[in-house]
Ligand binder design. Structure first.
Ligand code: ATP
Length: 245
């Protein structure tokens, strides 16, 4: 797996659409101060889902959009697309090349795409877990970050080693499973509440059901007796009519 190319349009200092092709090896980008070398690394960090404007050396997320110069109008959107060679299937995708794209408009609207299909930021994060490439990975080490890693908190350093050891995916899955477990526990508590409420109603309902059964039996008996009374009376009236005749 290696970075094959990066396409940038409207991102930071890149007003014109540019495409940088990389070979499988080491590429150095050189240029005068302020010419946009770090902006290339920022573009990679951004397309991988960076949400912190500070990490991108800006004050707000809109700062990544080309803000114009004296001779050039600002752009309405920023676009970055990276193409990764995946012939070794280092990424969990059944493609030889994986393209990840991010677009953001001044209105705040934004979208992510994997191989041209719209996706969620979460899909991109999951794609890069344990590859060291994710925005939390160690593949992009910005200016001053080495110092931060060396003098950082042990927990932060641990994250870096977890990523290198390839266990971040399992940690994330564990977190998700624990959250699910917690929510199922809460469901169970609610179900137990409902059950005890229902159980409380069972006693009186049992009595009511017994009374209803007795009522139905008596109703049946009454119907039979009514029929008998009718037969006896009709015989009596018939006899009276005969006598009167
Ligand atoms: P150095 O060698 O000093 O680290 P560099 O080559 O890494 O410099 P960058 O920091 O990548 O340079 O680029 C800085 C340039 O990008 C500045 O000239 C700045 O004006 C320009 N820039 C940053 N954000 C924007 C933006 N939103 N619109 C236009 N230009 C921008």
């Amino acid at each position: 797996m290696y970075l094959k190319s990066i396409e940038i349009h409207g991102f930071k200092s890149f007003a014109d659409r540019i495409k940088l092709d990389f070979k499988n090896g080491i590429t150095g980008i050189v240029g005068p101060n302020g010419s946009g070398k770090s902006n290339v690394a920022d573009a990679v960090r951004w397309v991988l889902g960076e949400q912190s404007a500070r990490q991108l050396r800006g004050a707000s997320m809109q700062d990544v959009i080309f803000s114009g110069t004296e001779i050039r109008k600002p752009m309405g959107y920023a676009y970055v697309s990276i193409c990764i060679d995946n012939e070794d299937r280092a990424l969990a995708a059944e493609y030889d090349e994986v393209t990840v794209t991010r677009r953001v408009y001044r209105s705040g609207e934004s979208d992510y795409l994997i191989n041209g299909n719209e996706c969620r930021l979460r899909d991109i994060n999951e794609l890069f877990y344990d590859t060291g490439i994710g925005k939390e990975g160690y593949s992009i080490i910005g200016q001053g970050q080495i110092d931060k890693i060396l003098s950082g908190r042990p927990e932060d350093r641990r994250e870096l080693f977890d990523e290198a050891a390839g266990i971040v995916k399992f940690k994330k899955r564990k977190d998700t499973a624990l959250k699910k477990l917690e929510s199922e526990k809460n469901n169970l508590i609610r179900l137990n509440d409902i059950l005890s409420e229902v159980e409380r109603q069972v006693g009186p309902l049992e009595k009511q059901s017994e009374a209803a059964k007795v009522y139905l039996k008596k109703k049946e008996e009454l119907k039979e007796l009514d029929a008998n009374v009718f037969i006896i009376e009709s015989e009596r009236y018939e006899k009276q009519i005969n006598e009167l005749n």
